[in-house]
Write a protein that binds this ligand. Structure first.
Ligand code: GBH
Length: 467
């Protein structure tokens, strides 16, 4: 059912698994700071140790081999490589660590997909304004060029930024992710803008300096739920759904894949709301200037993180406040027939992935697509025999097969989130997404395969054997 060279992967992110937050010259990141300040994270937990993959990488490699993955998605910790975020000072121990990870993977015939930025900005750069500051784009570009130069001979798939939506909104509007800023209605748009500028700059650098030799692909990972109008016959619900999509998927995919600029629906909704609330000044949604590298066309493939689906109707639930939600004016409803797994936001809707893939094919001119994240969480009484999650993976992979075969979507790979139970951001260790259980109570941080991991391995093997 899947092409021979289909990528079967699993993903992780540096801060969620590595630990070693101060090991061998690593500089602090905004997540170190955020966790060490009280009150931001469940149970005052932190990624100080996490799965200790910094020291236990070989254990992770065993898991990767046992699953039979063809690809492994990891992220680099920017401040492990460049402790103050700039190329003025390189931490060779950090470089050695990632060199070993990459070389070990390749020796086992596993292709690495590397994310340059998965939420953990060097604290030194946050101190200079972080993603709100326009100068961040060229700092990110220098870091990226250093990585292409140092590791790019062995990496064919690069993700610049993971989920700019989450960084912008949860980090700068809601304040529930690092850096914990609550500046509703303004900062998130600025951050999203600088992330797009930074991403585009890096793509152009790769394209002009490295592509010919290294022959890799560069994109950004965009998270999106699948959404449908609550009532398919109701015009208000339909337009609310269009706004919802414009403010999530469209915010980043439209500039990169369609026009080089934000969706018109998004800008007009923001500007109308500014007017209504008497907000003076220029649009809260910045504009791309003519003299910066073009945004359009800066992705060699579509990297999609899909977790769940929503029904949509008008209404923000936050009245006349200046905030993204009121700009968007679209409320989310969960269909009561969708089971909830673990965390409250994760309704299990495998079929939403197929619909979203079809939408991406139709809207963004049939790009090559990698599903870079998709997963199922457990909370509370722990089940090593996690049958529900096994069923979830089986159902979801079947939907991907249908997208490929029946809808003709150009899907190139699927990455389960996550290889290991890990530090689930504001939820700490209370939410488990792993194909492997990690015993965080024990110093050895023993990895044990879940039933879902065994089942995923079987599915991969079947497809490798062409059955
Ligand atoms: C991904 O984000 C991340 O890339 C990954 O690091 C993470 O471990 C994984 O998901 C699992 O969460 O709490 O109601 O405000 C997925 C997109 C966006 C989904 C934020 C959850 C929080 C909703 N996430 N959303 S809420």
């Amino acid at each position: 059912m899947f092409p021979r060279d289909f990528a079967w992967g699993a993903g992780t992110a540096a801060y969620q698994i590595e630990g070693g937050w101060q090991a061998e010259g690593k500089g602090p990141s905004i997540w170190d700071t955020f966790c060490h300040e009280k009150g931001g994270v469940f149970g005052e937990q932190s990624g100080d140790v996490a799965c200790n993959s910094y020291e236990l990488w070989e254990k992770d490699l065993e898991c990767i081999r046992q699953l039979g993955l063809t690809h492994y998605r990891l992220s680099f910790s920017w401040s492990r490589i460049l402790p103050d975020g700039t190329t003025r000072h390189v931490n060779q121990k950090g470089v050695q660590y990632y060199n070993k990870v990459i070389d070990d993977l390749l020796a086992c015939d596993v292709s690495p997909m590397v994310t340059l930025y998965h939420f953990d900005l060097p604290q030194a750069l946050q101190d200079q304004g972080g993603w709100k500051s326009p100068g961040i784009a060229s700092l990110f570009d220098s870091y990226a060029k250093f990585c292409f130069q140092t590791f790019g001979d062995r990496i064919k798939l690069w993700i610049t930024i993971n989920e700019p939506y989450v960084c912008a909104k949860l980090g700068h509007e809601d304040g529930i992710h690092a850096p914990g800023l609550k500046e509703p209605g303004i900062a998130a748009y600025l951050v999203g803008h600088n992330m797009l500028r930074a991403h585009a700059m890096v793509w152009h650098s790769y394209d002009s300096l490295y592509r010919t030799q290294q022959k890799g692909w560069v994109s950004l990972a965009i998270n999106s739920d699948w959404v449908e109008p609550l009532n398919a016959d109701c015009t208000e619900d339909i337009t609310a759904t269009e706004r919802y999509l414009a403010f999530t998927l469209g915010w980043f995919a439209w500039p990169v894949f369609v026009t080089g600029d934000y969706p018109e629906i998004m800008r007009s909704a923001i500007d109308a709301q500014s007017k209504k609330l008497g907000y003076n000044g220029s649009s809260r949604l910045p504009s791309f200037s003519k003299d910066q590298p073009a945004i359009l066309g800066t992705a060699d493939f579509f990297a999609l993180n899909y977790y769940t689906s929503r029904k949509v109707k008008p209404g923000s639930g936050c009245g006349a406040m200046l905030c993204m939600k009121s700009d968007r004016d679209a409320g989310e409803v969960l269909d009561p027939s969708w089971p909830i797994c673990g965390v409250s936001w994760l309704a299990v809707v495998p079929n939403g992935l197929r619909k979203l893939l079809k939408y991406i094919k139709d809207t963004f001119n049939n790009p090559a697509v990698y599903v870079t994240e998709n997963g199922f969480s457990q909370v509370g009484p722990l089940q090593i025999e996690d049958t529900q999650r096994s069923v979830f993976y089986r159902d979801t992979i079947l939907e991907v097969a249908k997208a490929l075969q029946e809808d003709g979507v150009n899907v190139r790979g699927y990455f389960a989130w996550s290889l290991l139970d890990n530090f689930e951001w504001a939820d700490g260790f209370s939410v488990r997404f792993g194909l492997y259980h990690v015993d965080f109570e024990d110093k050895k941080l023993c990895r044990t395969i879940y039933k879902s991991g065994r089942e995923y391995a079987k599915m991969i093997l079947k497809h490798k054997l062409g059955q």
